[in-house]
Ligand binder design. Structure first.
Ligand code: AMP
Length: 113
């Protein structure tokens, strides 16, 4: 999608610190990390958010969660981690391209603020 930041990162037009890349999924470090590990995992193909998922997205979602599990192992998050996806203004979604935050390396409070 034109002018979509994460589409541009996925196609190489905008630089990012990419930590994992498959045919369907790209993962890169958040530019403003909120935990020692803070990686964003996104589909290459544009999807607005989880609210826009359809049955045809099952395979890419499975790939996303494979990448998340493998990154969590690579980053040594043996004590646990958090996976977050924000939808819309109430949740504070600031980039309208589906992304899952993989966060770890510290304790998180519950419920989130
Ligand atoms: P959200 O607020 O859930 O939509 O998450 C968007 C995330 O993207 C935020 O945590 C930002 O810090 C991060 N972000 C914005 N621009 C970039 C960028 N160019 N490279 C990496 N992460 C970014």
């Amino acid at each position: 999608v034109k002018d979509c930041l994460f589409c541009s990162i996925a196609d190489g037009g905008v630089d990012a610190d990419i930590v994992s890349s498959t045919s369907e999924v790209v993962a890169f470090r958040d530019i403003n990390p909120q935990s020692p590990t803070h990686v964003l995992v996104v589909p290459r193909r544009h999807i607005d958010s989880v609210a826009a998922l359809a049955a045809a997205d099952r395979d890419v979602l499975a790939d996303i969660f494979d990448v998340i599990a493998s990154l969590a192992r690579d980053e040594g998050l043996d004590e646990g981690y958090r996976v977050v996806t924000n939808v819309g203004p109430d949740a504070g979604q600031s980039v309208p391209h589906l992304h899952f935050h993989l966060m770890g390396g510290r304790r998180f409070s519950w419920p989130p603020g």
